[in-house]
Design a binder for this molecule. Structure first.
Ligand code: ADP
Ligand code: MG
Length: 312
């Protein structure tokens, strides 16, 4: 199949068209009309077969996750997702209707609930399957929630269970299909919560590389430290059965959770809970002046080696 037939058949009109799109797939560029006064928020994430996902991952899950991790970055800024661009480097063996059909099905499954449109991309042949997604979103002027706003006395919170995806990955390496595998393959970006936290959270990040490392980015950007109470980490019952150090390894150093980690003043947390009782966030610690990350459990300091995922 030619590159053009392939694009035409699978990617043009794959997703719903977004009202802000003037011109979608098919020309040299897409043309968009941002909502009046809004700022453009953009990010890119690249997934390489064998590095970011196991080579036998189904096409559906690859596409889904490639989009989800980008929507998660938009969520972590408090932005409303608008559209994606897809860079696809495809081995010949996968350039067929069956694989591309499944890939598009996964893409649509994650785009549709958020009203996100595929407005363009680029397709090339390659030895290794690589998916690079650029995501675009909008936010009201100067409302984006950055990493550098954490203040001493703020609470550190997360949006949901931590460590499940890392545990599922460790099981996959052992050849075991974990009941938590969906958290690894099909993460749910916290877009709605991210939006709701605009005006409340002082800093925010999504947890892709592990809680310790990602919270570490907030701490160093904000010039502060934190104390975490590991007993307060939201934890799936399966992980609760693990020995402490194994569980903490997944929760602190394991990646791929795509929950939000945020800081918020106690007053704003109370207001948030009153105004958004449908959405729960979990306080797990607080921000300190001392610029270190201190871990406690059962009210005692814990000595635990914080690693996090290193790419190089
Ligand atoms: P050009 O040669 O001008 O870069 P292309 O032939 O690469 O154009 O692309 C033609 C159209 O198809 C463009 O609108 C482009 O955005 C779109 N396109 C190409 N590859 C993809 C893809 N993987 N996903 C979505 N749109 C794509
Ligand atoms: Mg091109």
């Amino acid at each position: 199949m030619s590159e053009f037939a392939l694009i035409q058949q699978h990617f043009a009109n794959a997703t719903l068209s977004h009202p802000d799109t003037v011109l979608g797939i098919g020309d040299d560029c897409a043309v968009s009309q941002p909502p009046a006064g809004c700022q453009l928020v953009s990010c890119m994430d690249t997934l390489v077969a064998g590095r970011h996902f196991l080579v036998d991952t189904p096409a559906y899950a690859i596409a889904y996750k490639a989009v989800a991790v980008n929507l998660s970055d938009l969520a972590a800024m408090g932005a409303t997702p608008y559209a994606i661009l897809l860079g696809l480097s495809l081995p010949k063996s996968l350039a067929n209707d069956a694989w591309l059909g499944e890939f598009c099905r996964g893409l649509v499954a994650i785009c549709q609930p958020f009203g996100v449109e595929l407005i363009g991309g680029d397709t090339t042949g390659s030895e290794i399957l690589t998916i690079s997604i650029t995501a675009l979103g909008f936010i009201e002027p100067n409302q984006a929630i950055t990493r550098h706003g954490a203040k001493v006395g703020d609470l550190v919170c997360v949006s949901g269970e931590i460590g499940s995806a890392s545990f599922a990955l460790s099981q996959a390496f052992l050849g075991v299909v974990s009941p938590l595998k969906h958290t690894l393959d099909l993460p749910m970006p916290q877009v709605r919560l991210g939006r709701q936290l605009v005006g409340y959270a002082s800093a925010m990040i999504d947890i892709s590389d592990g809680l310790a490392q990602d919270l570490g980015h907030i701490l160093s950007a904000s010039g502060v430290g934190a104390v975490l109470d590991l007993d307060k980490l939201p934890t799936h019952p399966i992980l609760q059965k693990l020995p402490d150090t194994k569980r903490w390894q997944h929760q602190l150093n394991g990646g791929d959770d795509y929950q939000l980690c945020l800081t918020i003043s106690p007053q704003n947390l109370q207001k948030f809970q009153q105004n958004h009782s449908d959405n729960i966030i979990y306080p797990i610690g607080h921000i300190t002046k001392e610029p270190t990350l201190m871990l406690t459990a059962q009210n005692r300091p814990i000595d635990f080696d914080i690693g996090g995922w290193q790419h190089f």
